[in-house]
Write a protein that binds this ligand. Structure first.
Ligand code: ZN
Length: 65
């Protein structure tokens, strides 16, 4: 299984913890657990904001709020 960013499909993701990954292109973190992916928007201060999964996998997802 090749892990890619669930938002942009980037393969150059970094691992930040057990089951946790970071996409520098999107500035998001995501967590893979039991076939479920949780996506977090990383704020400037490091706070993680959960992004609903159904808002991903669209073209040019806008995560700005
Ligand atoms: Zn990405």
């Amino acid at each position: 299984m090749v892990l890619v960013c669930p938002v942009c499909g980037e393969r150059g993701i970094g691992k930040v913890g057990i089951g946790q990954y970071y996409c520098k292109d999107c500035c998001i973190e995501f967590e893979c657990k039991n076939d479920t992916i949780k996506i977090y928007n990383v704020q400037d201060d490091g706070t993680l904001i959960a992004i609903p999964e159904d808002s991903t996998l669209k073209d040019n997802v806008e995560v700005a709020q």
